[in-house]
Design a protein. Sequence first.
Length: 210
Amino acid sequence: MKKILIAMALLSASFLARASGLDALENFVKSAKTGRAEFTQVVSGPAKDGQGVRSKTSSGTFEFARPNRFRFNYRKPFEQTIVADGQTLWLYDADLNQVTQRRQSAVLGSTPAALIASAPDLATLRKDFTLEPAGEKDGVQWVQAAPKAKEGQLHSMKLGFRGNDLATLEILDSFGQRSVLTFTKMELNAAVSPDAFQFKPPQGADVLKQ
């Protein structure tokens, strides 16, 4: 009987841990109207020819405002800016002095941006993603998200929440490349200026429309 009670307790604890990851995601998309944070991104490709995995690290700042507006400012090692203003997605490479302009609705459906800054609730997210709880580790609750559309470059994502804050975003693309974004100093519902989501191509920059 004691073993049965212990097993039931373990199963109950496992269920609560699994449920709380989805709870954290739903709380985030419902209550986080704005936010800003610092981030570090590590991108690594699949191992090739026994050479192991090579990785690249970058860092910068991140801001968002629902619905559909966000800004990534990459500062190191190279300056890049990604801005979604609600209509257009802008990508600016300072070294190349080049701007890429895309219609936002055409590129942000089944992407990490939909999970962070677009969808208002889990029901909306489930239209584009299969969501599964992925347990808890080191105080972080995890959720696995797989896009239902199979033709894109995104294979799967994992979101990690520490309390109400988004702590980590892991992205695996269809080529086996993994990108891990770690967020620090997250401030939810902070006063974020609307100007943060406006972008004007710098004078002399090449603008490519896609």
